[in-house]
Design a protein around this ligand. Structure first.
Ligand code: SF4
Length: 467
């Protein structure tokens, strides 16, 4: 259940007709990663045009606006405020004019040394327009003395520490970079244009490819830069790959637990299959008797199916979700969060009354949402409620681009399992082990993951820890 907020989506389209329209649909498919603001920059080879505003993708853009974003290349961004504030200045893409021309930039992630860099840039006379850590990068690029943008980007990134999936747009080229740890996801796909030529897309999640009919090629590799050029010279576009930092992959394991859409391929693997397997592992680790298995919709559905299949306990949709509740109009205060649960979820009393039920969700963060769910299920007459969580207890905040509460607000960081069970009001409470989670992923390519929110072990080279 949503207590841990997503971390932005980025998209880049190169050498495609109506690139901004394709960016729009891609951002629409990745709306779950950020609902505060949305923006698109497009280039027609002569100049870059940008439009961004607060709100959902469908609210921000319309036909007239998209018609003004002309060109064969574009980048886009959905924002969830991980760094910066809620003004339009703090939405992305960021656009700037600098010594070599025009540039637009969209970023998913978090620069952990952003404060030091900003302070030193201000000392040198830089003026900032936003609160975004991403704006540092524009200044570092503008300050670099290298003659080509590609070298300036590389120069600037040597000074940055943190998590990033970046897409840059110049008037004629597009540049894409993923940090050396590969913390944030970024995939590459191919677009077949109506005239038979090939275009390219990069996006945080491959669900964006499906919507616009693009084919998944591969992930952008940790530490890799891709350079796209040729769209405005009628040359064939073949992405040029450079390994600009030595790869030390530690992709974010929480993408599989909650962030990504189940129909996406993330870090090369389908998310739905992994979530279902988490339920299977949960059933292997914790066996109990009950009348039915119920998911918290939508976050617990795949794991509940896996649990039901492995345990033989029937799966039922005992809680119905109202899909038409907006995600941004309610301020995330404590009391409103409780109201939000009631607005969204309604149990089927006729189904669960008098029954022992296993309820499956993906995670517990503050515990307030779980408490509310248990409360409405009890009110609907459930006899016993066993809450099963398809991930380990979240005990540490994220500093790599995910909006998480402080450690003091993470219930599992500050209370024993028994105290948490008592607080949420369940009859029993079980978590999937970290080993069980990794077994569910069973990845040959990624042997190591960032799992700091579960074990508190952060990547040492990245500074900026708050705990
Ligand atoms: S701390 Fe957690 S949410 Fe953040 S990158 Fe690591 S695994 Fe992902």
């Amino acid at each position: 259940m949503k207590e841990w907020n997503e971390e932005c989506a980025v998209v880049g389209i190169y050498n495609a007709h109506n690139a901004s329209v394709l960016s729009y649909y891609s951002l629409f498919s990745m709306q779950h990663r950020g609902q505060e603001a949305s923006g698109i920059s497009a280039s027609n080879g002569q100049k870059i045009s940008t439009y961004k505003n607060n709100g959902l993708v469908t609210k921000v853009f319309n036909k007239t606006i998209l018609e003004k974003l002309q060109g064969k290349s574009s980048i886009g961004h959905n924002r969830y405020s991980t760094a910066g504030e809620d003004s339009i200045n703090d939405s992305q893409p960021i656009f700037a004019k600098y010594g070599l021309g025009e540039i637009a930039l969209a970023h998913n992630g978090n620069f952990t040394n952003a404060k030091e860099i900003r302070e030193s840039l201000i000392q040198e006379g830089a003026i900032f327009q936003s609160h975004l850590d991403t704006e540092n990068l524009i200044h570092l690029i503008a300050k670099s003395h290298r003659n080509h943008l590609v070298d300036r980007i590389k120069d600037a990134l040597t000074k940055i520490r943190g998590a990033y999936a970046l897409v840059f747009l110049s008037r004629t080229k597009m540049f894409v970079v993923r940090d050396q740890y590969g913390l944030r996801p970024l995939s590459l796909g191919k677009i077949k244009n109506p005239d038979g030529s090939t275009g390219y897309i990069v996006a945080s999640e491959s669900c964006a490819f499906d919507l616009i009919g693009a084919d998944y090629i591969r992930d952008v590799l940790p530490g890799e830069m891709l350079v796209f050029e040729g769209a405005y010279t009628n040359n064939d576009v073949v992405p040029q790959s450079m390994q600009i930092f030595p790869p030390t992959p530690n992709p974010c394991i929480f993408e599989y637990v909650y962030f990504a859409r189940p129909d996406s391929k993330v870090f090369g693997k389908n998310v739905y299959e992994i979530r279902k397997q988490m339920g299977v592992e949960l059933a292997k680790e914790h066996k109990i008797q009950a009348d039915m298995v119920i998911p918290v919709p939508d976050s617990g559905v795949a794991a509940a199916l896996g649990y039901s299949r492995e345990s033989g306990i029937p799966f039922e949709l005992g809680i119905i979700r109202n899909h038409y509740v907006g995600r941004t109009f309610i301020e995330p205060t404590q009391s409103m969060r409780e109201l939000k649960v009631k607005l969204k979820l309604n149990p089927i009393a006729e189904l669960i009354s008098g029954k022992d039920i296993i309820v499956i969700d993906d995670s517990i963060v503050r515990g307030t949402t779980s408490k509310q769910i248990i409360k409405i299920l009890k009110q609907a007459g459930a006899k016993k409620i066993h809450l099963f969580i398809s991930s380990p207890p979240t005990i540490s905040p994220c500093f790599y681009g995910v909006d998480t509460p402080d450690k003091s607000d993470l219930i599992c960081a500050n209370h024993s399992l028994e105290e948490v069970r008592d607080f949420i009001g369940a009859d029993s409470l079980f978590f999937l082990s970290l080993e069980g989670l990794k077994k569910s992923i069973n990845s040959e390519e990624n042997k190591r993951f960032c799992q700091a929110c579960f074990d508190g072990h952060y990547i040492e080279e990245l500074t900026g820890r708050k705990d």
